[in-house]
Design a protein around this ligand. Structure first.
Ligand SMILES: [Fe+2]
Ligand SMILES: [Fe+2]
Length: 475
């Protein structure tokens, strides 16, 4: 077990004090990070004590310790999963050779790009979520928001460490740029589309943490397979934190649906108007938010057929999530069946397995997304509403990248005439009216004994604390 060194300015388990030039580079970046956090991090509550977990070591038993801390004083640190002895490259053309502890010259720019692209999403989500404290449904939820935010900040640290430690001057420049791009900025936006979408309400926040943080999980899983060992170990540890973010999303959506079902039962009505006037969100609107965030997140996996993905696999830079599950780790002359679309026809196609890596990862992601959907449908059934169910839209719906980009496929995957599609799109996605309604529900609740009208109380508190514990000290 590697213990965190808490005596240092930057908590770490990488023996930073013995690498003075790296320590200096990171200490130079640290005040810039703090000023970014002040300007672009959570609005309000910065001077309050928040009940947060902080990583103190990377082993399963002790990686999270809980206590009250002011967010700007959070101990953002650098942690890698422990190094294994004699670790070998386990996929691609160089399978069986030792993993790399330094960046091979040939792969330098590709690896840097992978790290920068992952790194860019971390502060982006903090920026996207920065106003949500003003409309939190409860103190418990407020604390969860801040926990996610500080950990995304730590994920940025994780990527910046790799840039500083292994990419010299270019890496230092990239680390600066990570604080200069901003989510939704006209001139200097974040790299990936979904991370420029506004998250201005809590329904979107829960959808984002369920669907988009889960994309993060799959990207991290792929990078955790990398032959560049420091990247693999960094991502392995990030995954432990990521699990909590998705849990926030899943339980948030569950509580929202539960509230709706309680009211449907109590008022003996499934009319959206009745549910809305009682202060909750009808299932049709919840489905629209699912459609929006799921389809947006699908694009993050890239094109279904990709030579970049093939090269990254062949060179051992990026593997499949849970590579150990597969029998063949080379996939040189193997094929994968996908759906393709050429000249107005959808057809089954066989493409070289390596070129289909994005699609393979996306399918694993879709299966994972469906687990929550099944749970929510069981909940709906439990309340006796057999005729209702939630579902994921077709992966062809509302895509901007890959085979299905900008084609008028509906939520069931049917090709429609563009005219017809344009007419129907507002019945599948949150309309201006829906958004206005959702915003009308977003009223800040700071009384620890209360929860907003549109969501049920959580079932249990954080780290065995009471549900009504003061997770954020308002005094
Ligand atoms: Fe993250
Ligand atoms: Fe996350």
């Amino acid at each position: 077990m590697s213990k965190l060194n808490y005596q240092e300015r930057i908590p770490n388990n990488i023996d930073l004090s013995n690498d003075l030039s790296l320590q200096r580079a990171l200490e130079h970046w640290q005040p810039k990070f703090k000023s970014w956090w002040k300007d672009m991090g959570p609005e309000g509550f910065q001077s309050y004590d928040v009940y947060l977990r902080t990583a103190i070591s990377v082993d399963a038993a002790g990686w999270a310790s809980y206590g009250k801390v002011k967010m700007p004083e959070y101990r953002w640190g650098i942690f890698l999963a422990d190094q294994a002895n004699d670790k070998k490259i386990h996929f691609g053309d160089s399978i069986g050779k030792p993993v790399w502890q330094q960046v091979p010259g040939d792969y330098r720019s590709v690896l840097r790009r992978l790290i920068v692209t992952q790194g860019d999403t971390e502060p982006a989500s903090v920026e996207q979520q920065r106003m949500l404290g003003k409309t939190c449904p409860s103190i418990y939820d407020l604390r969860n928001l801040f926990q996610v935010n500080v950990e995304e900040g730590r994920h940025l640290w994780a990527m910046v460490y790799l840039l500083h430690a292994y990419f010299g001057r270019d890496g230092r420049e990239e680390a600066e740029s990570l604080l200069e791009r901003n989510s939704g900025d006209q001139d200097n936006p974040r790299i990936l589309g979904t991370f420029n979408e506004p998250i201005s309400d809590w329904v979107s926040f829960f959808m984002f943490t369920y669907f988009t943080d889960r994309d993060g999980k799959y990207q991290l899983k792929s990078l955790a397979e990398s032959s560049f060992d420091p990247l693999a170990r960094t991502c392995q540890f990030m995954l432990t934190e990521e699990a909590h973010h998705m849990q926030v999303g899943e339980s948030g959506i569950t509580r929202m649906i539960e509230r709706t079902l309680e009211l449907m039962k109590k008022l003996n009505s499934d009319s959206p108007e009745t549910i809305r006037s009682a202060g909750a969100i009808d299932l049709i609107t919840i489905q629209k938010y699912i459609n929006f965030w799921f389809s947006s997140s699908l694009d993050l996996f890239g094109s279904e057929i990709s030579t970049n993905a093939a090269t990254a696999f062949a060179n051992g830079l990026k593997g499949r999530p849970d590579e150990f599950r597969y029998d063949n780790h080379i996939e040189k002359d193997t094929f994968y069946e996908i759906e393709n679309y050429v000249d107005g026809k959808v057809f089954k196609d066989k493409v070289p397995m390596r070129n289909a890596m994005n699609e393979i990862t996306r399918r694993a992601y879709v299966d994972d997304c469906n687990i929550g959907i099944k749970r929510w449908n069981r909940l709906i059934k439990k309340y006796g509403y057999e005729e209702y169910s939630l579902s994921l839209p077709s992966t062809k719906f509302r895509r901007n990248i890959g085979i299905w980009a900008n084609l008028p496929f509906d939520i069931n995957g049917n090709f429609l005439k563009t005219e017809y599609y344009n007419k129907l799109i507002s019945s599948w996605l949150p309309s201006d009216n829906d958004k206005k309604f959702i915003n009308s529900l977003m009223i800040q609740e700071l009384d620890p004994s209360k929860t907003a009208s549109w969501i049920t109380k959580p079932k249990r508190g954080i780290n065995n604390q009471d549900i009504e514990f003061d997770y954020v000290d308002l005094n």
